[in-house]
Design a protein. Structure first.
Length: 65
């Protein structure tokens, strides 16, 4: 059976592990900072939807009244 993963000894498992740990550390730091900023767009979306409902209700009231 042929070795399809390349020549032996070219990988650096320790380097790969260090790169992975750095990636995980970066991801966990960005996840901790995300909840503080994620409430802003939701509030804007809710306000926008409420404004649209009010405008549609006003137009309907004027058209039927």
């Amino acid at each position: 059976m042929a070795n399809t993963q390349g020549p032996q000894g070219t990988n650096d498992p320790a380097g790969s592990t260090q790169m992975f740990r750095a990636f995980v550390d970066d991801a966990s730091q960005s996840r901790q900072a995300a909840p503080a900023t994620s409430s802003g767009p939701r509030v804007g979306l809710i306000v926008g939807i409420l404004a649209a409902v009010v405008v549609v209700a006003a137009v309907a009231w004027l058209a039927l009244g």
